[in-house]
Ligand binder design. Structure first.
Ligand SMILES: Nc1ncnc2c1ncn2[C@@H]1O[C@H](COP(=O)(O)OP(=O)(O)OP(=O)(O)O)[C@@H](O)[C@H]1O
Length: 706
């Protein structure tokens, strides 16, 4: 009802519709004043009449008393009407208040406009004109989380109501302003169309006083695409297929006869793809006798991502030995940084083997301490013992090779790189005035920085799981890096583009990491208490030898080792940080010599360790990260050979684990079921072994407490 009255009132005034909301109420009030005034004039209730009026009034009294009486009666009726209207308006105001109060539960209306039905969502704020009469409904609808509607409805006063509220014109204006404020607030959300003046409304469209705020539809969320820097997006591709893309060692230019002889003596007659690509690139920077790039400028840093067992070690050993073998002055020229002691020993052996018979000296610095402490001591050792083998620490070092680079980047917080770089560029004779070569931290490339010959430090990174996270790589402050990678989609690139002569960057990275071609992977669904039985099945029934079995903790490794030992008849050993470095070295040697059927290990042996002819890798505990999986299974199927990998999965682990592999673009794992009847044959002996295990663990605990 309230709305009806208001409609009627506003409908009288067409011009009011074309005004904006704010001025409209003022106009209406003014109009009301004028109307009241004219009625008063008409009734003659005007204060202070003019002489003329007084006279004519007197005349009227004299000449037409009857007419005057009629007018008075009409005036009285008007006053009564006015009184009734005032009462109605009062009732309406209270109704309007009720609506306001109950606004939270009020649905927004569907109003019929001149053009037809217009459906308003509860998210819209609208004003509408209905059939000649005008209605303005301010609806403030707040959208809550799941489309909960909150509607507030306020009505403009009707003719009579307006009159009754005449004195409270300010109040009405305040409400109007409030409404406008709400509209203004809502405006940025969507397009506002008002009185046919909306921005997108065609000029010919019929006039409409609807205010519709749009833009509340569900918007499609665009996936943010990673944009890689050019050097990561357009790498040099390296073939994954080791067997198919070999190159005779003599065909790679720039390698000394002595080295070629050594290679042949070590059974290497052709280079693997990663070596074919990377060796020439590294030789290029050392061919002038110093580490210099093309045109004598600072050489580009190099990143190499190639599968496990693809020969990355020789890819840096050969160019480093070749570049330094004819040196006369003994200086530390190259530095190789590795994450574990075992790996450092392994690489040290390879360097020593190829440096044999030259003037080169190879030194290993691998203390008994933890990695961070060792990194610090590495710097100290080289600085303090310089007289012993280098004279200047590694201020003369011109090449830094970072093997297992992703692992080394993970430990960047230990600040090892800064310490090394500082040690390289520390003030020494090379920085003194009058010295031909400058040894200062290069910094920005300017005319001044190139006014003297530089002796920069070239960084070379190797990994089977090199991160593609450019932010992480940025920590290494690489100089115009160049990426060599095997991680690409095979369908897009033919093998012909991968040969050395096609040295331009081609293709894009599609897969994250690559596994060796000769690797066959399985997963074995199993229950927790069946896991040891499955290992026994692999050793005793399948007769696998040289099994490398990974657990997720040294405690788990130790218990499994004790259990298999207690079972009897199995050559088993453990490899973890529980053992001293000497014990570890001895164990690895035994495993290499084929004296062990199975080696139970933590991830201590997962990276880089090159043990010949490991037949199979078993993930007794499923690895949590894809990188861990890749390095573990990469201990087999090395150098183009075949290998097996089994991952024991509990029911709850299956989905997540298999998805993790899918996400990296690797092949689907095959499912391997183990027959219950085979396991049943082992159960009796196994239960005996369990009892022995319990006793041994108790004894160990007692010994530990004493
Ligand atoms: N050109 C070659 N011909 C034959 N064998 C090779 C050749 N290059 C390397 N090898 C052998 O391949 C094996 C794996 O090499 P290497 O340890 O360098 O692999 P990798 O890529 O560093 O693996 P990881 O990522 O696990 O450290 C070694 O036993 C090595 O002697």
């Amino acid at each position: 009802m309230a709305l009806f009255y208001i409609n009627r009132y506003l409908g009288d005034d067409e011009s009011a519709n074309s005004l904006n909301n704010k001025s409209r109420s003022q106009t209406l009030l003014q109009k009301l004043h004028e109307e009241a005034k004219s009625r008063q004039q008409h009734l003659g209730i005007k204060a202070g009449p003019t002489d003329e009026e007084e006279r004519s009034s007197q005349g009227r009294d004299e000449n037409g008393g009857e007419q005057s009486r009629k007018e008075k009666r009409r005036a009285k009726e008007e006053t009564t009407n006015s009184e009734t209207s005032r009462k109605k308006a009062k009732r309406m105001a209270s109704q309007s208040g009720d609506i306001k109060k109950s606004g939270r539960n009020t649905d927004c209306r569907v109003l019929k406009s001149e053009k037809g039905d217009v459906g308003f969502s509860t998210k819209q704020i609208c004003s509408a004109k209905v059939k000649g009469s005008s209605v303005r409904v301010k609806q403030k609808c707040k959208q809550k989380d799941q489309g909960t509607n909150v509607a507030e409805t306020a009505a403009e006063p009707s003719d009579n109501e307006a009159r009754s509220l005449d004195t409270s014109g300010e109040q009405s204006e305040t409400r109007e302003e409030k409404g406008n404020r709400k509209l203004e607030k809502a405006e940025p959300i969507g397009l506002k169309e008002q009185d046919g003046q909306g921005e997108n409304q065609p000029p010919t469209a019929p006039k409409s006083n609807l205010t519709i705020l749009k833009g509340f539809q569900k918007k499609k969320i665009h996936k943010v695409r990673r944009v890689l820097p050019q050097w990561l997006a357009k790498p040099m591709l390296v073939s994954k297929d080791i067997k198919q893309n070999l190159k005779a060692i003599e065909d790679v230019p720039g390698i000394d006869q002595k080295l070629l002889h050594k290679l042949r003596a070590n059974g290497i007659h052709s280079f693997f793809p990663v070596q074919t690509e990377v060796i020439p690139a590294l030789l290029e920077s050392t061919k002038h006798g110093l580490t210099l790039g093309r045109g004598g400028y600072r050489p580009r840093d190099i990143c190499v991502s190639a599968p496990t067992g693809s020969g990355k070690t020789l890819a840096f050993v050969i160019p480093v030995v070749q570049g330094l073998m004819n040196r006369v002055v003994c200086r530390v020229r190259a530095l190789v940084v590795l994450p574990t002691k075992e790996l450092a020993q392994q690489v040290y052996k390879i360097f020593s083997s190829y440096a044999e018979g030259t003037t080169l000296k190879v030194v290993i610095v691998a203390g008994q301490k933890a990695l961070p402490a060792e990194q610090t001591s590495l710097v100290e050792y080289l600085s303090t013992k310089q007289a012993f083998f280098t004279e200047q620490g590694y201020t003369n070092s011109s090449e830094m090779i970072i093997d297992e680079a992703d692992r080394m980047i993970d430990s960047m917080h230990q600040d090892w790189l800064n310490q090394v770089v500082k040690a390289v560029y520390q003030t020494g004779e090379c920085s003194a005035p009058g010295i031909l070569f400058q040894r200062t931290n290069p910094g920005a490339c300017t005319a001044a920085s190139h006014s003297r010959l530089q002796m920069p430090l070239q960084k070379v990174l190797f990994s089977a799981t090199l991160t593609q996270d450019s932010e992480k790589l940025q920590q290494l402050a690489l100089h115009q890096p160049q990426l060599f990678t095997s991680s690409y989609a095979p369908s897009e690139q033919g093998p012909h583009v991968i040969q050395s002569k096609h040295r331009e960057a081609v293709g894009t990275i599609k897969t994250k990491y690559t596994l060796p071609e000769g690797l066959t992977e399985f997963y074995v669904p199993c229950h927790l208490n069946k896991k040891p039985l499955i290992i026994l099945y692999f050793v005793l029934r399948m007769k696998f030898s040289r099994i490398l079995c990974f657990t997720n903790s040294r405690g788990a490794s130790h218990r499994l080792y004790l259990l298999l030992h207690a079972f009897g008849g199995i050559q088993v050993a453990e490899f973890s940080s529980r053992l001293s470095p000497n014990e570890r070295r001895k164990t690895l040697k035994e495993f290499e010599q084929g004296k062990l059927q199975i080696l139970i290990s933590t991830d201590a042996s997962a990276r880089g360790i090159d043990v010949k002819d490991v037949m199979c890798v078993v993930n007794y505990d499923a690895p949590q990260f894809i990188r861990t999986y890749i390095h573990r299974v990469g201990r087999t199927a090395r150098a183009g050979k075949a290998g097996l990998a089994f991952t024991l999965l509990l029911k709850v682990q299956e989905q997540r684990f298999l998805q993790m592999l899918r996400d990296t673009g690797s092949k689907e794992l095959k499912k391997q079921l183990v027959r219950q009847e085979y396991l049943s044959l082992l159960i009796q002996r196994y239960e005996g072994a369990l009892q022995v295990l319990q006793q041994v663990l108790k004894d160990e605990k007692r010994r530990k407490h004493h």
